[in-house]
Design a binder for this molecule. Structure first.
Ligand code: HEC
Ligand code: HEC
Length: 334
């Protein structure tokens, strides 16, 4: 086995391993589900160990081809996003030291790190290996790529690129320009009525030093990255690949179906005044809207649920563990 595929194997084992969360109950795959386009079919994230979430879980399909990560674009390196997912209380909540301890006491990880050519078992190498696994999560056989668009989808493609104006922002192989835009979405009443969800937003505000911590009602989006008021509520244009598997849609998962999204664009987007000037009500007939939907439905390929993508060998139930399974080795943590 080449060391590249050994890295993918290692990354895959890490991705599905619930033992690598603080309470031993969460893995990456619990929120990024293979059969759901490596996203999660519910509006907001369940919030991992801490519980609570204010954003929809994005698909990891083709994520390796993005230029920035996080819905507002806060990370410029994929391993940094992976690191956050391991460490954040709202995902796996696992300190890098504990991650290292837990990997080092599983003989299979010891072997796999060495096979993959990593000089040591470290959190940084684990993040890199998971990023290697994410590299193989790319679209397979979408009608757009295989040249098998139906007549309706072909008409929809012409509208998408022409009168509907979608191509302004959804361009290139990912159907994303990688830029932040506001669609004018306002927070919906009751959106964060769950205390745990509000707490997740509060934690985010604190972590990003936002002044409006106490009063924050809405996801600030790209404002967090630039500090520019105009970027309030703007998000990086998502890829439109694998939509058939990855709903619900938008940063807060407010739309359940592709047709709901198209209806939203038909009326020119949301009411917020910071909305991109590129959004206008669409002058399309019902038939044309259906063609547009047919095109959006042709951007998805086969779900990646075969042996190549899943870790199906399980994890050893019993092996000698060190003293440091759930606490830090004394003195090593500041
Ligand atoms: C409790 C649910 C949950 C778990 C567990 C989880 N994630 Fe995520 N993931 C999310 C959410 C929600 C986002 C969007 C976060 C944001 O924009 O703030 C996200 C975003 C990402 C992104 C960025 C995607 C993009 O398009 O910008 C990557 C990559 C990612 N997760 C990988 C992982 C990996 C690897 C793991 C395991 C180490 C993991 N996630 C565990 C919920 C989860
Ligand atoms: C001004 C730039 C812009 C234009 C024009 C635009 N979009 Fe988008 N689109 C975005 C952004 C930004 C998001 C994510 C917003 C969010 O998460 O709140 C998005 C989200 C979506 C989503 C949801 C994807 C997901 O996984 O959640 C779909 C579907 C979509 N757009 C289709 C279209 C179609 C069809 C058109 C043309 C009618 C179009 N877009 C025009 C910027 C744009």
């Amino acid at each position: 086995m080449s060391s590249d595929s050994s890295k993918v194997q290692l990354g895959k084992r890490l991705f599905f391993d619930q033992r690598l969360s603080r309470n031993g109950r969460w893995s990456c795959a619990d929120c990024h589900r293979p059969e759901q386009g490596y996203a999660l079919n519910r509006p907001r994230s369940p919030g991992g160990v801490a519980g609570g979430g204010f954003r929809n879980v994005p698909s990891l399909m083709n994520t390796v081809h993005q230029q920035q990560w996080g819905r507002e674009g806060r990370h410029r390196q994929l391993p940094a996003m992976v690191a956050e997912m391991f460490e954040s209380p709202f995902t796996l909540a696992l300190d890098p030291l504990l991650l290292e301890q837990r990997m080092a006491q599983d003989p299979d990880y010891v072997r796999m790190f060495s096979e993959a050519g990593y000089p040591q078992i470290s959190a940084a190498n684990a993040y890199a290996a998971v990023a290697e696994y994410l590299r193989i999560l790319t679209s397979r056989n979408a009608p757009l790529d295989t040249g098998t668009l139906s007549a309706a989808a072909r008409r929809g493609k012409a509208l998408f690129e022409g009168r509907a104006g979608c191509l302004h922002c959804h361009s290139g192989a990912l159907l994303s320009d990688g830029q932040a835009h506001s669609l004018g979405l306002l927070a919906r009443p009751g959106h964060l009525s769950e205390l745990a969800d509000r707490e997740a937003l509060l934690a985010y505000a604190l972590a990003h030093d936002l002044e409006e911590v106490a009063t924050l009602q809405q996801d600030p989006g790209h404002f967090t990255v630039t500090g520019r008021r105009d970027d309030w509520g703007a998000f990086i244009t998502p890829s439109l690949r694998e939509l058939n598997h990855s709903g619900p849609y938008m940063h807060d998962g407010r739309f359940y179906s592709i047709s709901q999204v198209v209806e939203f664009y038909y009326f020119g987007g949301g009411p917020d005044s910071r909305k991109s000037p590129l959004l206008r009500p669409l002058d399309l007939t019902l038939e044309e809207l259906n063609d547009l939907i047919a095109f959006l439905e042709s951007l998805s390929g086969q779900p990646l649920t075969s042996e190549r993508y899943l870790w199906s060998q399980g994890y050893p139930a019993a092996y000698p563990t060190t003293r440091y399974w759930s606490s830090h080795p004394a003195g090593e943590k500041q």
